[in-house]
Ligand binder design. Structure first.
Ligand code: URP
Ligand code: ZN
Ligand code: ZN
Length: 465
């Protein structure tokens, strides 16, 4: 099957040019001006006049079906990946969780089985590690060889996922040998637990307590500590879901001294704030960790994205229904499952707040939502590029179309939207994954289980400035 996308403006991280794109089978075969006029034929034509043609979005931080706080993230690979595609994301990298006391292998196999044959778009895995010991350290080498080269460790969630400094350091030392990468959830969990207990004892049990307990400085401290440990081990480190100016300052200082410190932020930290946690128990809809920050942190994060202090935006998609899941913590904010739904809205929110909002160029938008994730996580130029030989993961994107985000119309399997009623400018008319059109004009037209497991190469982060 050959598809010719005509008359669009091809926008990549490197620049924009009017060009036609010929897709042959699963990949991009040809790129150039007026291909049809030059005799190139195809089985189907998509007219992209007035539209951008951009690489499909890549969301490198999702949690389909994650067990958390006595329940499970609501989206399955089937529902979550389809919702991602509706929103212009054509690749996800999910986190396979290790159960404490069990092997990494068991966790990875379980998550691969959940995803296999049910995922609409291509997917890879990082490993979430809750035990660092001789056995799991040895397993890390195998996983790197199998295309799962990143390991998320936590300085948060004591007693559940938390790792002490010596464990983190040992895992980092191992990545120096096997080429993997440590991803850090950087908040000072033990200190946060002390503050949270004090708030509850003093009568603050509402969701706002979640935001008040998790001080920005405790994210800054843990971020700095994680980076310093990585420097001591002589490796790169990647900070996930960076939310606070304090943490950004730690990353910037590290990069200024030449450390290999990389970081992502998430849409919720760019668009929402601590105020959203404050409306009685309604605030439970916005409970995630790190928490939403005071509004004045948002522009610091946008500046970080503009200047490449922050390399990319992922969602940390981890949805729980308000009714039946978030309300597990009605009497105590510490029992509210942590996580938000966002996988469907990232691409359009970044276009609207970033490009339409005048904060970043359209080329930088493509970079932070597709190209930089592909480069950081061993998928480039197969993914995240519009180039001959790259996978035909493409969006025909209307930069002018406006839509209103709502739980009534979204495809994520969750009973509310954190962006309810927000009007965004920019939407995907066509979403193509490896040459197959999955979504056209808001309707699903592709197979439900088109996605393939991505065996990703370990990345040499010393080559990334
Ligand atoms: O609140 C969050 N972020 N939930 C998902 C688990 C994690 O820490 O990423
Ligand atoms: Zn986390
Ligand atoms: Zn996460």
């Amino acid at each position: 099957m050959r598809t010719l996308i005509t008359n669009g403006l091809v926008v990549t991280a490197d620049g924009s040019q009017p060009a036609d794109v010929l897709v042959d089978g699963e990949t991009i075969a040809l790129l150039g001006a007026d291909l049809a006029g030059r005799g190139v034929t195809a089985d189907a034509t998509i007219d992209a006049t007035g539209k951008y043609v951009v690489p499909g979005g890549i969301d490198v931080h999702t949690h389909m079906e994650l067990p958390f706080g006595g329940t499970f993230a609501k989206d399955t690979f089937e529902t979550g990946s389809k919702a991602a595609a509706f929103g212009g994301t054509t690749t996800i990298v999910d986190f396979a969780p290790q159960t404490r006391g069990r092997s990494l292998r068991e966790g990875l196999d379980a998550w691969r089985a959940k995803a296999e044959g049910k995922t609409a778009i291509d997917y890879g895995f990082h490993m979430m590690m809750s035990d660092v010991n001789d056995a799991t350290l040895a397993e890390m080498d195998q996983l790197v060889d199998e295309g799962v080269p990143e390991f998320k460790l936590f300085t948060a969630y004591p007693g559940v996922l938390y790792s002490p400094d010596d464990h983190i350091f040992r895992a980092m030392q191992r990545t120096r040998l096997n080429g993997g990468l440590i991803m850090m959830h950087a908040e000072n969990g033990p200190v946060i637990d002390v503050i949270a207990a004090g708030l509850v004892a003093a009568g603050t049990t509402d969701p706002i307590g979640h935001g008040l307990a998790r001080y920005p400085i405790l994210e800054g401290e843990a971020t700095n500590r994680a980076i310093r440990l990585a420097e001591a081990a002589g490796v790169a480190v990647y900070i996930v879901h960076l939310s606070a100016r304090d943490a950004l300052e730690a990353v910037m200082a590290a990069r200024d001294r030449g450390a290999m410190a990389f970081a992502e932020t998430c849409p919720q930290y760019l668009f929402l704030s601590l105020d959203d946690l404050g409306n009685g128990f309604e605030g439970a809809k916005f409970v995630c960790s790190p928490p939403l920050r005071p509004r004045d942190h948002q522009e610091a994060l946008w500046t970080g994205l503009r200047t490449d202090a922050l390399q990319l935006v992922a969602t940390d998609h981890c949805p729980f229904d308000f009714h039946g899941q978030k309300d597990l913590g009605r009497d105590d904010f510490r029992k509210i499952p942590n996580g938000l739904p966002a996988v469907e809205d990232r691409v359009d929110l970044l276009h609207d707040g970033g490009v339409v909002g005048g904060r970043i160029s359209r080329e930088r938008w493509v970079e932070i939502m597709a190209t930089a994730p592909a480069k950081m996580f061993g998928m480039y130029p197969k993914k995240g590029a519009i180039a001959v030989g790259s996978d035909a993961d493409l969006l025909v994107y209307d930069p002018n179309r406006k839509r209103t985000i709502s739980a009534a119309t979204h495809h994520m399997d969750v009973d509310y939207s954190i962006f309810e009623g927000r009007i965004v400018q920019g939407a995907s008319d066509v979403v193509m994954s490896r040459g197959s059109v999955l979504v056209r004009d808001g309707a699903w037209v592709g197979p439900a289980n088109h996605g393939q497991f991505l065996r990703r190469a370990a990345t040499d982060h010393t080559r990334m400035s």
